[in-house]
Design a protein around this ligand. Structure first.
Ligand SMILES: C[S@@+](CC[C@H](N)C(=O)[O-])C[C@H]1O[C@@H](n2cnc3c(N)ncnc32)[C@H](O)[C@@H]1O
Length: 207
């Protein structure tokens, strides 16, 4: 878990609580400061917070699957039967990626990949849920890679990640063809992310 909780992380963590029940979410290896910040966030009420490292908690290691972009094995719907816990690096993406997931890999967990494109943490968790719970294959989920987000009349920011693609929220429900739908797909971003990008601009990638 990041020591320093950037606003970006907090938006991603709150987003996770919109598709995973908070009692099923565990944050481990939190610094005391990060723990007290997160404890005050209403949307995260019910989340299990630990300052201990995952290795020091009593989870059966062979029931934990580390989501690791460099794994040779792609996550499959049947992995939902083998594993009870899915472990993600609570770290921000960088461009180019610095492979900070290695901090967890070195403990020898079994690993699965969601493909070779770097996803944001909330996206990786959402994709994992769709695969192991909703039983959808990783390559059957619609994605948008490197979306360009307009932050003012003249400026836009390219997000160097893969996101789940969803229909534009203002799209007419009368549209019927797949092609029309595709044209109106937008990346599934945490609530408040566009406003944060407008505030931070390109600075958002300089962590
Ligand atoms: C934003 S990513 C951090 C990536 C970081 N730059 C790195 O290279 O390790 C946060 C976490 O999401 C998960 N993740 C992101 N993309 C993934 C992918 N394509 N396959 C598997 N896990 C992924 C990993 O658990 C990763 O630690």
């Amino acid at each position: 878990m990041e020591d320093n909780l950037h606003e970006w992380c907090i938006l991603e963590y709150c987003h996770i609580s919109t598709f995973i029940p908070t009692s099923n979410i565990y944050f481990t290896n939190l610094s005391k400061t990060a723990e007290s910040t997160l404890l005050d966030i209403k949307k995260l009420q019910g989340v299990n917070f630990f300052t201990n490292h995952i290795i020091d908690l009593n989870f059966a290691k062979d029931k934990i699957c580390l989501l690791d972009p460099s794994s040779k094995n792609i996550l499959k719907p049947e992995d939902g039967n083998e594993f009870e816990y899915f472990l993600f690096g609570g770290i921000l993406g960088d461009d180019p990626p610095r492979d900070r997931t290695c901090e967890l890999r070195k403990h020898g967990f079994k690993t699965r990949s969601l493909g070779n494109m770097q996803m944001t943490t909330d996206t990786a968790i959402n994709v994992t849920k769709r695969v192991v719970e909703d039983k959808v294959a990783v390559d059957q989920i619609p994605y948008i890679d490197f979306p360009e987000i307009k932050i003012s009349a003249q400026e836009s920011v390219i997000m160097p990640f893969r996101y789940i693609a969803v229909p534009h929220p203002n799209q007419s429900t009368l549209q019927t063809t797949t092609d029309e739908l595709k044209l109106n797909l937008v990346p599934l971003l945490p609530e408040g992310m566009i406003e944060l990008l407008k505030k931070d601009g390109d600075m958002a990638f300089e962590f």
